[in-house]
Design a protein around this ligand. Structure first.
Ligand SMILES: Cc1ncc(C[n+]2csc(CCOP(=O)(O)OP(=O)(O)O)c2C)c(N)n1
Ligand code: SF4
Ligand SMILES: [Mg+2]
Length: 298
């Protein structure tokens, strides 16, 4: 890291070069895009145990250009609630908003942090929660999480996972949070627009980023953006947003791309008996449900 380099010292450079993340890490690209979207904002990050906190590095060095609080695995929403409360008690002299952003993995969100996540969402805490979803416990060697898709091989599901992925956005929508949305690193304009949208809203805002992990997914680092693009085009990872838990809006309709193209490029699915017809049916069903929800907007 060289903070003296004007490029790295620019306000939009949230994750500096020389960090510990693997090449092609979707989480790194997500952080880069987040930094660009927040270039004119004041904010701090709260990060639980995950690859994202390893990237912070050992004190007193850091790869992040904003203040970072490291929380225990299960409690980043509670930490962030406290930081937001302290900020409220100590407003900035220039009256600029000081945003608090949780940056957490799927393990810390779908599984071990679910209780504090639910509690902070129910209290409508004034925080932005971003889950970068690499669909495994990446930092500890790639164990399954409840975000791991069916049939994916992980170190704890060597024969392929039997269960389907949790619907985290719908879980958050059921808390009636003001805003929840999916993000893709293959759709930078949509990414920017939604972060700007969230900045206009107070209360609990939730994002889910599809974040390829070449190490755990057994994919080529150079394929990461193309993979998530295929996931949006085929409907495997739809782009949508939900206002107040009830008003759904689909941001990109699938274009008929066969999900097989997404699965074929990932070795975590090879050697598996993937029932592609079942995958396609589930994908179509999910999109049908999203369209129904979007048609019922109030
Ligand atoms: C209570 C507790 N259990 C287990 C761990 C070990 N641990 C650290 S990071 C991690 C995996 C985190 O997975 P995820 O949240 O998906 O983030 P990723 O590593 O994929 O970036 C685990 C199991 C821990 N730090 N604390
Ligand atoms: S293990 Fe995966 S999520 Fe973690 S830094 Fe490497 S590519 Fe990124
Ligand atoms: Mg993970």
């Amino acid at each position: 890291m060289n903070a003296a380099n004007p490029e790295y010292a620019s306000p939009e450079c949230l994750l500096r070069p020389g960090n510990t993340n693997c090449g092609g890490c979707g989480m790194s690209t997500g952080l880069t895009m987040l930094g660009r979207a927040l270039a004119n904002e004041r904010y701090s990050l709260v990060i639980p145990a995950c690859c994202g906190i390893v990237a912070a590095g050992a004190f007193p060095t850091t790869s992040y250009s904003v203040p970072v609080l490291a929380s225990t695995f299960a409690s980043s929403p509670a930490f962030a609630s406290g930081v937001a409360a302290v900020n409220q008690l100590n407003p900035r002299r220039d009256h600029q908003a000081e945003h608090v952003i949780c940056w957490a993995g799927d393990g810390g969100t779908y599984d071990i942090g679910m209780a504090t996540l639910s509690a902070a969402a129910e209290r409508n805490e004034d925080i932005i929660y971003i889950c970068y979803d690499n669909e495994i416990y990446g930092n500890t060697g790639g164990q399954r999480s409840s975000a791991t898709p069916v049939a994916a091989r992980t170190t704890t599901t060597p024969g392929g996972k039997g269960e389907t992925k949790k619907e985290i956005i719908e879980i958050l929508a059921a808390h009636h949070v003001p805003y929840a949305a999916t993000l893709s690193i293959a759709h930078p304009e949509d990414f920017q627009r939604k972060i700007q949208q969230a900045l206009k809203i107070r209360g609990f805002r939730f994002f889910l980023i599809h974040a390829p992990c070449p190490t755990g997914w057994k994919t080529e680092p150079a394929d990461s953006v193309e993979l998530v693009r295929l996931a949006v085009r085929s409907g495997v990872f739809p782009l949508y947003e939900v206002f107040d838990g009830v008003n759904f809006r689909i941001n990109a309709e699938p274009d008929g791309t066969d999900p097989a193209a997404y699965y074929a490029r990932q070795k975590r699915f090879t050697g598996q008996e993937i029932n592609l017809e079942r995958v396609k049916t589930a994908t179509r069903r999910k999109m049908r449900r999203l369209r129904q929800l979007a048609s019922m907007n109030q």
